[in-house]
Write a protein that binds this ligand. Structure first.
Ligand code: HEC
Length: 198
């Protein structure tokens, strides 16, 4: 009687399948934990929500050869200093509003979404808000009525009125300010910030 070689036996392949599946599952769990720790607020690349109390810039780092967020001293949002908890609530309102109103249908956030309208990753730092003194007010007005306050530089595209309340607009702005502080590995490249002329 011929012996069946190990590699040709059914039980060998069954065991191998079980080990490979279990091993891959373990690797997946480890990678998931690692991603979560690196993408949660308060980690090295993703600042805590209270960063909305700070001045944020985005500058070219000659050593790293890429644009990096630069977090400076106090620069309160809407003239108010937010505790970590208050900042979380405001940013959360903004994030949920962007989801509820499906901003990604036209915009990209951190590079994800559609390409009809500008990427919003660094929208807080956009030169288009003219000056830091005017920025918050302009952003609230724009978000609440983008048709009347259209900016449409270089394109004829207009953002429709999405019936955003003032509080939601403030939440979105906090969300955008926080997002602009995230180390996105140099994305977007060569973005001219509102601070550039200073
Ligand atoms: C139907 C498409 C559409 C949707 C949906 C949309 N936008 Fe826009 N948005 C635009 C267009 C087009 C522009 C550029 C026109 C302008 O600036 O007037 C724009 C511009 C902006 C800007 C200025 C960008 C910059 O870099 O200065 C911000 C901020 C913004 N949108 C936020 C939002 C938010 C937040 C939402 C969801 C609540 C949203 N948009 C949903 C089309 C859209």
């Amino acid at each position: 009687m011929n012996e069946i070689p190990l590699w040709a036996s059914e039980s060998f392949w069954k065991k191998t399948a079980i080990w490979v599946t279990a091993g891959s599952f373990l690797v997946l769990v480890v990678l998931t934990m690692d991603s979560l720790s690196k993408t949660s607020a308060g980690s090295k690349r993703v600042p805590a929500y209270s960063v909305i109390n700070k001045k944020i810039d985005y500058q070219y780092d000659k050593d790293l050869h890429k644009f990096m967020p630069v977090i400076g001293g106090d620069e309160f949002l809407f003239g108010q200093k937010y505790s970590e908890e208050q900042a979380l609530q405001l940013v959360d309102l903004g994030k949920k509003t962007t989801q509820a109103k499906n901003c990604m249908n036209c915009h990209t956030l951190l590079g994800n979404g559609a390409y009809y309208a500008p990427d919003l990753t660094k929208a807080w730092l956009d030169k288009g808000w003219i000056s830091k003194e005017m920025r918050e007010d302009m952003m609230v007005k724009f978000l609440m009525d983008p048709e009347k306050n259209a900016r449409t530089f270089g394109s004829n595209r207009k953002m429709p009125n999405l019936k955003i309340t003032e509080q939601e607009a403030k939440g979105i702005i906090a969300f955008l300010k926080w997002m602009s502080s995230i180390d996105t590995n140099g994305f977007p490249y060569n973005f001219k910030t509102i601070n550039a002329e200073e």
